[in-house]
Design a binder for this molecule. Structure first.
Ligand code: PLP
Length: 316
């Protein structure tokens, strides 16, 4: 049992936070000082949209794609922050520059915000921009990258697109978290959810791909249109491989030769087991390896890079 604090207004937050730098309400802050009001509808109602980009070797990868998705999401949700894409780029670059991270996980959020009267009319809230840079993180840990993830196909339904548009990146994650717990109960590492027709949709923070007889497929509905997913399409085009977005049944996924998942958090990650059974030979697939190599090579292409200007240290 925790001890309740003494009756006092001041309270020092002793919880540990990862290192990093955040931007909110017009200032840059250490991660442990970046806090939002409990009255922000982003917190109370998950009324927010966001995006996650990454920095690799000192440059953002496909930042424009992330910003296009973020700004489109705000439009769909009738939100505005009063900053244009160039200004948000500046804020994100500054968060990374101040953090000093060469490889970073960079999140930008627009919450519905608060209203002075605690109005229930969303039009009365002042939307709020928040951004932060943390050390680069991955959906899969080192062991899972080496041997492949064990995926559970759950019967949890991904929130239907007619309720929440999955192409607007959102925090309606209770279905995904439910899927994760179902996966853990079955001894799997992570979960994939199904759509309204019982086909495969996506998992907590990732899109999924199946490879069968040289054809690469990925679901086309009830999903976020991932930036990493798009990169896989680009890579397949370069390799003269057919990559299609289409319905993938549970049976299709189980009988694939190779399965992999994609996310900004980790890139292209292998799946070698589904519900306790091996996929293909049970080893990490050759096509997956090729696509992953090309993915990281693409990070060097000038067209996809937005460099960060790090402050020059005294000793430099
Ligand atoms: N699907 C969901 C639900 C996600 O949250 C994410 C990323 O966090 C993805 C897919 C993958 O998208 P991206 O490749 O743009 O990171």
């Amino acid at each position: 049992m925790r001890k309740l604090p003494e009756l006092s207004r001041r309270h020092i937050d002793h919880r540990a936070y990862p290192p990093g730098v955040a931007y909110m309400d017009g200032q840059y802050l250490p991660m442990n000082e970046a806090k939002i009001s409990v009255l922000d509808y982003g917190f109370l109602h998950s009324d927010a949209t966001y995006d996650v980009a990454h920095v690799w070797n000192g440059s953002f990868f496909r930042l424009q794609d992330h910003l296009d998705r973020f700004f489109r999401g705000m439009d769909e949700l009738h939100m505005s922050i009063g900053y244009d894409k160039e200004q948000v780029t500046e804020v994100l670059r500054n968060c990374v520059a101040l953090s000093g991270f060469r490889n970073a996980y960079v999140e930008v959020i627009c919450t519905r915000g608060t209203s002075p009267e605690f109005s229930r009319d969303p039009r009365n809230s002042e939307n709020r921009l928040i951004a932060f840079a943390l050390p680069f993180g991955s959906v899969a840990n080192e062991e899972q990258m080496e041997h492949g993830l064990h995926l559970a196909i759950t019967d949890v339904l991904r929130i239907p697109p007619s309720s929440v548009d999955p192409t607007v990146k959102n925090y309606h994650w209770l279905d995904l978290v439910k899927g994760l717990y179902a996966a853990y109960e079955r001894g799997a590492d992570t979960a994939v959810l199904v759509d309204g027709k019982g086909n495969i949709s996506e998992g907590p923070g990732f899109n999924i791909f199946a490879v069968k007889d040289g054809l690469v497929t990925t679901p086309d509905t009830s999903i976020l249109l991932g930036v990493t997913r798009r990169t896989v399409f680009d890579i397949c085009a370069r390799m003269d491989l057919t990559c299609r977005s289409q319905d993938i049944s549970v049976k299709d996924l189980r009988s694939a030769n190779e399965v992999f998942i994609t996310s900004t958090a980790g890139g292209i990650m292998p799946v070698t087991r589904i519900d306790g059974k091996s996929i293909g030979s049970g080893a990490i697939g050759p096509l997956y390896k090729h696509i992953r190599t090309m993915y990281w090579q693409m990070h060097d292409a000038a067209e996809h890079r937005t460099p960060v200007s790090y402050p020059v240290k005294e000793s430099d």
